[in-house]
Design a protein around this ligand. Structure first.
Ligand SMILES: Cc1cc2nc3c(=O)[nH]c(=O)nc-3n(C[C@H](O)[C@H](O)[C@H](O)COP(=O)(O)O)c2cc1C
Length: 389
């Protein structure tokens, strides 16, 4: 197997990671492993740069992707892989106003416009599936939010009529948990029917699956709470069901160990995540995606060693910003050195439709014009970032 292949490595290819690391270290200028073609399983990728999933709230109130989303993603099709924004697999899982959905045929048709446009532009695309759990509001979804336990998200959340106090979520019954697993599997089938190469299961950033992983948001006393084995159970069941529905090559998993987004607290990441990866590794998904990956942290090394498959790492760049002048290229190359197969960038892709060219040539980057434009509708701050002449 070539060192340029991000397929699940055999023991032999794990041994070649040292070679890859040397290549990455020596790379300068336009010649870097970041820009070399590779493969993710059987999927050919033009380079190792992944556009990270980013919620942009441009769908209709019914969750149908707006045609403007086809333009936005097609503009960014030079990414090796685009992971499209968090999309709800069922109505109760909806988080914020105007996020896209994938639970009926109108959603499939809307997404089909997007995948056709990206394919025509030469890109590859996965869809992120996200159930919000306690991150949601009845005024947005029309449903009372459900979660592992009745532990509310502190503070307020945006709804169609402005910010509202978060409500106390209702504890999911075991039947609701089974239904949710089935909803993820059905959503994955629809995503494939809509033309996506696969789906990414969102177990990061404080949404439903992450809420099950942490004992601060999961106080259950049944088979889904308490021990590490119980808290990882739902994520493993979802991934297994989705793998059975669409095939392991079409399934990625995103995790964020210790990330405090959406008021998450985790005090046993060293136990939870190796156990989760051990269980997921048996299902052989297409990739693992780690948010805010820091190659200097021992946990990163532990997770890289525990995971035999391809790894997408999202570097820990300054948050909320500003981004480094190189857009994150040096951080990306350090992650390749440290054993990542692909590197995802978010904000740099948001503001630079031709990010790959800019990173490769060292051309200056567009700054992000206005943080507030990230989450409101329309073309401004969305499809109007210029490409290089
Ligand atoms: C506007 C915006 C929306 C985001 N939405 C999502 C999302 O839908 N799903 C997700 O997993 N992460 C989401 N993220 C996090 C990004 O995927 C990424 O992890 C983060 O921006 C850090 O990468 P960066 O430093 O390259 O921007 C979002 C980030 C931004 C800036």
């Amino acid at each position: 197997m070539s060192t340029d292949t991000a397929a699940r490595p055999s023991q032999a290819t794990q041994a070649t990671q040292a070679t890859q690391a040397t290549e990455a270290t020596e790379a300068t200028g336009t010649d870097s492993p970041l820009f070399r073609p590779t493969r993710l399983g059987t999927l050919p990728l033009a380079n190792r740069l992944v556009m990270a999933p980013m919620t942009r709230n441009r769908a209709g109130a019914d969750g149908v992707p707006d045609p403007i989303m086809a333009t936005y993603y097609a503009q960014r099709a030079s990414a090796g892989l685009i992971i499209a924004e968090a999309t709800t697999p069922n109505a109760v899982g909806a988080t914020y106003p105007n996020i896209p959905a994938i639970h009926d045929q109108s959603h499939v048709a809307g997404w089909r416009r997007v995948t056709d446009a990206v394919r025509a532009a030469g890109g590859q695309m996965f869809l992120q599936l996200q159930h919000g759990g306690r991150v949601g509001h009845p005024e947005t979804s029309g449903h009372h939010p459900v979660a592992p336990s009745p532990v509310p998200l502190p503070g307020t959340i945006v709804t169609p009529s402005g910010h509202r106090e978060n409500v106390v979520p209702r504890e999911m019954t075991e039947q609701e948990i089974r239904d949710t697993v089935a909803d993820f599997a059905a959503a994955a089938r629809r995503a494939v029917a809509a033309g996506f190469a696969g789906v990414e299961i969102h177990a990061a950033n404080g949404y439903l699956l992450h809420q099950f992983l942490s004992r601060h948001t999961n106080h259950r006393t049944d088979g889904y709470g308490g021990s590490v084995a119980n808290r990882i159970r739902l994520t493993v069941e979802v991934v297994r069901a989705v793998v059975e529905a669409v095939g392991a090559d079409r399934v990625g998993v995103r995790i964020a160990p210790g990330v405090t987004a959406n008021a998450m607290t985790e005090d046993d990441v060293d136990e939870v995540y190796p156990a989760l990866l051990h269980a997921l590794d048996d299902l052989r998904p297409a990739y693992l995606h780690i948010v805010f990956a820091d190659p200097d942290q021992p946990l990163f090394r532990t997770l890289r060693d525990a995971w035999s498959g391809p790894l997408i790492a999202n570097p820990a760049l300054p948050w909320p910003g500003p981004l480094p002048a190189d857009g994150g290229r040096a951080a990306a190359e350090r992650l390749l050195d440290a054993g990542a197969d692909l590197v995802s960038l978010g904000r740099a892709f948001l503001a630079n439709p031709d990010l790959v060219t800019r990173l490769r040539t060292g051309a200056p980057l567009n700054p992000i014009r206005d943080a507030h434009l990230m989450y409101v509708g329309g073309e401004t701050g969305y499809t109007d970032y210029p490409a290089l002449g």
